[in-house]
Design a protein. Structure first.
Length: 403
């Protein structure tokens, strides 16, 4: 299918984290107080009011009335942040909650940050699910709050899945519909249980697999961790587990990663019990993994207005085309410039590092070709980036495959 090829060859690069002041400001804005406030409401420790007066969300199990209240509350919060959230119905009881921030250059290319809001256990027991996955859900809310003022090249989707606990049903439906429509999903960052560190070693995990650009998404997360000085102790699971919503996108050939606490060796003992409460969460771990996830999504979506005053830039003054994509050897990039002027054309890798300077100096109006020594590089995702004299950027993806 068309979308599978696109997902294999498209990889966001842009500036690395340390080079982008917008992303640094975004990370600095993550508030532990906000996270705690959200989860105290979502897990039933404080009341919410979605139009029926104050009430507690005692359980978010699919068959409990509290799940519908949680859905309404999530929509309410996203609306407060300036979005127009929608629900995606996939069964009599299942509703994904979605909000989008449209990309300035690539509105049909989506970067998804997600978690699941449904909970266990079932029956008459309380299901507060503060960690699994109140932590990820509330971090999606924090992402929506913080990213609201900024513009990105790609569309960002804030996705809150329902019925993950019954087999990833909500995310499987969304991914399946996306695949059937040949939608371009640039990347998926899934957060599921990101707030528990029982042994205090600070270890967390990223799950990835060689599916589409999943390994490159993992590399972007590692770059964010290093470049921004988060310095989280991260382990990589490859091949990653398939027990959470990221795997729904692997099934359809999309790139995705899972960010999670050390569920392998230090899992939350309150998992799927009525005692999965806020009091047992490790707030420092939660804040760090929230920053990692939001920073990764912001890097992949590529900030479009980097001048901090958020003055809209003009449309790019040039378009780029590449062939062949993918390539077993060298490739060629064509630059079609609308005006004459000085420009810089460089080839960068998946972490935003310059591999080759292809051109720097005057650029004539019209179409010009530049050879790219891709065959000299290791297999992976790259991007040719043209920076025009007016500061606008244009780019095109290239992929070096193994011979």
């Amino acid at each position: 299918m068309k979308h599978i090829l696109l997902f294999m060859v498209i990889m966001a690069v842009g500036s690395t984290s340390a080079q982008n002041p917008v992303i640094q400001i975004v990370l600095d804005a993550v508030s532990t107080d906000s996270l705690v406030s959200y989860v105290s409401q979502l897990s039933g420790e404080t009341t919410v009011d979605v139009g029926n007066g104050p009430e507690m969300i005692v359980s978010r199990h699919k068959l409990n009335a509290g799940n519908a209240v949680a859905q309404a509350w999530l929509q309410q919060k996203l609306t407060e942040f300036g979005y127009a959230p929608t629900t995606q119905s996939f069964s009599a009881t299942g509703f994904n909650v979605l909000a989008e921030k449209t990309g300035a250059l690539h509105p049909d290319s989506r970067v998804i940050i997600c978690g699941h809001y449904d909970a266990m256990p079932g029956g008459i027991a309380a299901a507060p699910a503060a960690d699994d996955d109140g932590s990820g859900t509330c971090s999606v809310l924090e992402a929506a709050r913080i990213l609201a003022p900024y513009t990105f090249e790609h569309t960002i989707v804030f996705a809150l899945w329902d019925e993950e606990e019954q087999g990833k049903i909500g995310s499987l439906f969304y991914a399946g519909v996306s695949a059937a429509n040949d939608d371009t999903i640039h990347a998926v960052v899934n957060m599921d249980a990101i707030a528990y560190d029982g042994n205090g070693d600070g270890l967390a995990r990223i799950h990835t697999r060689p599916v589409a650009n999943s390994l490159a998404i993992k590399d972007t997360a590692l770059a964010v961790n290093t470049d921004y000085g988060l310095n989280i102790n991260l382990a990589i699971n490859n091949p990653g587990a398939t027990y959470s919503d990221h795997a729904s996108f692997w099934t359809e050939g999309y790139g995705a990663i899972l960010v999670i606490e050390d569920f392998d060796n230090d899992g939350n003992p309150h998992y799927h019990t009525p005692t999965d409460l806020l009091q047992y969460l490790t707030q420092s771990m939660w804040s760090d993994l929230t920053k990692l996830s939001i920073g990764t999504v912001a890097t992949l979506a590529i900030p479009y207005n980097n001048n901090l005053a958020l003055v809209e830039r003009a449309a790019p003054t040039a378009q780029l085309f590449a062939f062949p994509v993918p390539s077993e050897g060298d490739a060629r990039v064509w630059v079609e410039s609308r005006t004459a002027g000085r420009a810089r054309l460089e080839l960068v890798d998946a972490m935003g590092r310059t591999m080759y300077l292809l051109h720097e100096g005057p650029l004539a109006q019209g179409k010009q070709a530049f050879d790219v020594p891709l065959g000299d590089l290791a297999p992976g995702s790259y991007r040719a980036v043209l920076t025009s004299s007016d500061g606008t950027k244009s780019s095109v993806a290239l992929v070096r495959t193994a011979q």
